[in-house]
Design a protein around this ligand. Structure first.
Ligand SMILES: C[S@@+](CC[C@H](N)C(=O)[O-])C[C@H]1O[C@@H](n2cnc3c(N)ncnc32)[C@H](O)[C@@H]1O
Length: 193
């Protein structure tokens, strides 16, 4: 899907992924001290807003201009804590290093490149937290994209994060009204120099 496809989706259905932060991400993020974060492919902003409410300063980036407009309108309480920006995950860069890069449900064949770029943005001890539909969801789960090319496996994420300290890398079962969906979670930080 290109940015115009996503624009259409956000136009047709306000808040297509809900207004509540994903429970697996909340469990991962709630113990981290607030700092500076990037929410890459932030959509209409549920995770950036959750981080801002906990004291984070967030660059929230998505290539859908409609999603970013909805986020700005939908989360006024985030105020200056979130800098909502239209940008492509394959080319956008933060202007300073960060403590957290969050990537939630970004669907792209270029995920290894996205993670390779994101790790260069981290401060020492900063983390990448990735959560998305797992390739196993095609066989066992409901919903999500149907193209295997945009669906990572535990193995493909391990390869993309090679050389980092991997703190968590596992499947997550997410209950939905239509049945269980299978996600994959990866949390990693750079090894000390
Ligand atoms: C399934 S939505 C997830 C949104 C949000 N992270 C969430 O969890 O609610 C995927 C998002 O990725 C964005 N996206 C896809 N490819 C992108 C790219 N190359 N650069 C920036 N955003 C992208 C889409 O516009 C869409 O908002």
């Amino acid at each position: 899907m290109d940015s115009s496809d996503w624009d259409r989706r956000y136009t047709e259905q306000p808040r297509p992924f809900g207004a509540v932060a994903n429970a697996t991400l909340v469990a991962e993020l709630v113990t981290l001290p607030a700092g500076r974060a990037v929410d890459l492919a932030c959509g209409d902003g549920r995770h950036a807003a959750w981080l801002a409410a906990r004291g984070w300063r967030v660059d929230a980036v998505d290539f859908s201009a409609v999603a970013i407009a909805e986020a700005e309108r939908g989360w006024p309480a985030a105020g200056d804590s979130v800098h909502w920006q239209v940008g492509d995950a394959l080319t956008w860069e933060p202007d300073e290093r960060v403590d957290l890069v969050l990537v939630a449900y970004l669907q792209t064949e270029q995920l290894p490149l996205v993670l390779e770029r994101a790790r260069t943005w981290l401060r020492p001890a900063g983390r990448i937290v990735y959560l998305g539909h797992a390739r196993d969801n095609l066989a066992y789960g409901v919903g999500g994209p149907r193209s295997p090319d945009v669906l990572p496996t535990v193995a493909s994420l391990a390869s993309a994060l090679d050389g980092m300290e991997v703190l968590s890398l596992r499947h997550v079962v997410r209950a939905t009204p239509d049945g269980d969906a299978y996600d994959v979670l990866a949390v990693a930080r750079e090894l000390p120099a």
